[in-house]
Write a protein that binds this ligand. Structure first.
Ligand code: ATP
Ligand code: MG
Length: 399
């Protein structure tokens, strides 16, 4: 009996088979099942055309339908159901230009990147392994399906994916594949950056990230990545025992901290990261720089939200700037006079009322910020009258 993650998807496979079509579990889920790793998403490959898949299930999303992918929602879980296909060329380096749907799984497996990813499994657990993927799983090696030079030229993202899988699985990339990566690596420059960022996020989050970085140093693929290419030293500046970094915001903060000449904003822009990544990277970079100057004090514990705590602790350790623990942060936090700005006993209206001669303007924000810092670090008591008094003496200096 297959694990529940797989049997949950059985009704989908059965329904497709009842229409006279084939359907298999395919790709990463089969690989991870054989490796006894946690299985992420279940992907299904089928001979049924997307239009049919779409008709068979009530809840579908058609985001990738022109490439044969229909996302089927079933009992609260999403499954990517993709029609067997051949890929055309990847001239825009994003997705194949056109795909051709086919009736047999063999050629669909042949278009996949690595032998360990080119495995399929039927609903009874029988494995289809046309390229010795199982043997490569046993030997823990990453090797392309077919000629690596051609496969990397077709889609250079596979070069980065090879390193990403070595990071996640702790596998070795075969010597031949590494040599072919070196030979084709300049093609990376034509890729859409979003695709690279997506793979690099997974690469840095992998358990064996230092092995992956060793491959990057060895193959020198960083010479074709934004920002890295003008800073050839960057990958060598990274300590060779970094922990896995669970978000790309942590990665950018770290890269900025080891090479402050490149600002967080530039990383975000060139690697097309989300606003949320930007916020996270800026906060972590600020916290680490602040800690370096002042150590763990009230203002740092106050400013660092619990969400960023783990990343901050990790980065401080990685940069060998000392050690901070959650307990230490919590004990400082517990003693804080206020936990958030909302608890301040004054607001903008009070200030306008107390200083009626001043026009509204930037001074207001600055003054409030200064009140906040001084209340947090204990210079002023969080009482309206005390703050008013303190401001009378200090407002001049704030501006
Ligand atoms: P993850 O656990 O990160 O999802 P995965 O192996 O499922 O790993 P995906 O990127 O989700 O990786 O891709 C699903 C499958 O599609 C892969 O296992 C592989 O067979 C195939 N695949 C994905 N991207 C490519 C590519 N660029 N070239 C060839 N095959 C690919
Ligand atoms: Mg996947």
């Amino acid at each position: 009996m297959l694990p529940k993650t797989f049997t949950d998807a059985l009704p989908i496979i059965n329904k497709i088979e009842n229409e006279g079509h084939q359907a298999y579990y395919v790709g990463g889920c089969v690989r991870d099942f054989l490796l006894k790793r946690d299985v992420g998403d279940i992907d299904i490959a089928t001979s049924a055309r997307p239009e049919l898949v779409q008709k068979l299930f009530p809840k579908v999303i058609l985001v990738g339908i022109e490439h044969g992918t229909v996302v089927v929602h079933y009992e609260g879980i999403s499954y990517e159901v993709t029609t067997f296909r051949l890929d055309g060329s990847y001239s825009d380096q994003r997705r194949p230009d056109q795909v051709e749907f086919i009736d047999r799984i063999d050629e669909d497996l042949e278009r996949r990147d690595f032998t360990i990813n080119a495995l399929a499994m039927d609903k009874n657990g029988a494995i289809i392994d046309l390229f010795n993927g199982r043997k490569d799983l046993e030997n823990k090696v990453i090797r392309t399906v077919g000629n690596g030079l051609e496969r990397f030229a077709e889609d250079p993202l596979r070069i980065i994916r090879a390193v990403r899988f070595s990071s996640q699985l702790g596998f070795t990339i075969t010597g031949e594949t590494v040599a072919q990566m070196k030979e084709t690596k300049q093609d990376i420059e034509g890729l859409a950056i979003e695709r690279i960022t997506n793979e690099m996020t997974k690469l840095f989050a992998g358990e064996f990230v230092n092995r992956a970085l060793a491959y990057i140093r060895e193959t020198n693929i960083d010479a074709h990545l934004p920002i890295f290419k003008e800073n050839p030293n960057l990958v060598h500046l990274l300590p060779n025992d970094i922990p896995s970094l669970s978000s790309f915001g942590q990665v950018i903060a770290l890269l900025h901290l080891i090479h402050p000449e490149v600002r967080v904003e530039r990383w975000i822009k060139e690697w097309k990261c989300s606003n949320q990544m930007k916020k996270e990277a800026l906060m972590l970079a600020w916290a680490c720089e602040y800690y370096d100057k002042h150590g763990l004090n009230a203002w740092l514990a106050y400013s660092l939200s619990e969400y960023h705590e783990a990343g901050f602790i990790k980065l401080v350790a990685t940069l060998k700037k000392g050690t901070v623990t959650v307990d230490e942060i919590n004990s400082v936090r517990k003693k804080l006079p206020i936990q958030s700005k909302k608890e301040l006993m004054v607001n903008g209206h009070d200030l306008i009322e107390w200083f009626p001669d001043r026009k509204q303007g930037p001074w207001l924000k600055k003054a409030l910020h200064s009140v906040e810092i001084n209340v947090v670090n204990g210079t002023v008591e969080n009482k309206t009258e005390k703050i008013k008094d303190w401001l009378k003496w200090n407002l001049q200096e704030i501006e």
